[in-house]
Design a binder for this molecule. Structure first.
Ligand code: C5P
Length: 234
């Protein structure tokens, strides 16, 4: 599949990888540093899952889920250090982050017709001066011509540990072992699905963040962007 992007299309940095590898935080920091737009594609799958629950659409009803995805009424409002997410005018910023919605999102995301329904919506985020695209298939399907593709990963244990800390900070009590199991189940579903499975693009650079701090990852990505002439002046 090609992205049919014009030769002078704005640049895209794709950041793919499993959940909890730091994609969200890193993508935001890089987008802020470059002054580029940000696409959180996982949020679109989460919002589809949430809208389905709201409209009582079953997670195995592919045709009805496509209708939900096509009609998805969402807004991403950039605020300092965060993005406020609205679904049908109501704040869904925190609701979409629960493990339950994450799990439902990965089921919805395994349906080819739902992925097709969300494709153009994602490509529309590609606007000047550039885009940081965070997801699972940004480099392999959505923006195949991106000038820099990163596959960000970390061990499942480290990712469970990070998610645990994140939940604790927001006052949610969750067991580390059940988080690890959920992460492993979600990884398996994302990697084994037939359409757009989670894997690095052939031309992606893999960065294992297990032993790296956030500033170290941001610095490494800034070096790569500079090497490719994408981050002059940062
Ligand atoms: O990244 P996040 O955890 O928000 O994504 C939620 C789910 O959406 C993932 O587990 C994955 O199944 C799906 N997803 C996807 N393709 C993307 C982004 C997310 O299939 N580009």
């Amino acid at each position: 599949m090609s992205t049919t992007a014009a030769a002078n299309a704005p640049p895209v940095l794709t950041i793919d990888g499993p959940g909890g590898a730091g994609k969200g935080t890193i993508s935001r920091l890089i987008a802020e540093r470059l002054g580029w737009h940000l696409l959180d594609s996982g949020a679109l799958y989460r919002l589809t899952a949430l809208a389905a629950a709201k409209h009582e659409v079953a997670l195995d009803d592919e045709a009805a889920l496509v209708d939900v995805a096509v009609a998805l009424d969402v807004a991403f409002l950039a605020e300092e250090g965060a993005t406020r997410v609205l679904l049908e005018g109501s704040d869904a910023t925190h609701t979409i982050r629960t493990e339950q919605i994450g799990d439902a999102a990965s089921r919805v995301a395994a349906l080819p017709a739902v992925r097709r329904a969300l494709l153009q919506r994602q490509r529309d985020f590609r606007q000047a001066p550039g885009l940081v695209a965070d997801g699972r298939d940004m480099g392999t399907v959505v923006f195949t011509d991106a000038p820099l593709k990163i596959f960000l990963t970390a061990s499942a244990e480290e990712r469970a540990h990070r998610r645990h800390l994140q939940l604790q900070k927001s006052g949610v009590d969750a067991s580390l072992s059940s988080l690890l199991k959920e992460i492993q189940a979600r990884d398996a579903r994302d990697m084994q699905r037939s359409v757009a499975p989670l894997k690095p693009a052939d031309d992606a650079i893999t960065l294992d963040t297990t032993r790296l701090t956030i500033p170290e990852v941001v610095d490494r990505l800034t070096e790569l962007l500079t090497e490719r002439g994408l981050a002059t002046g940062t």
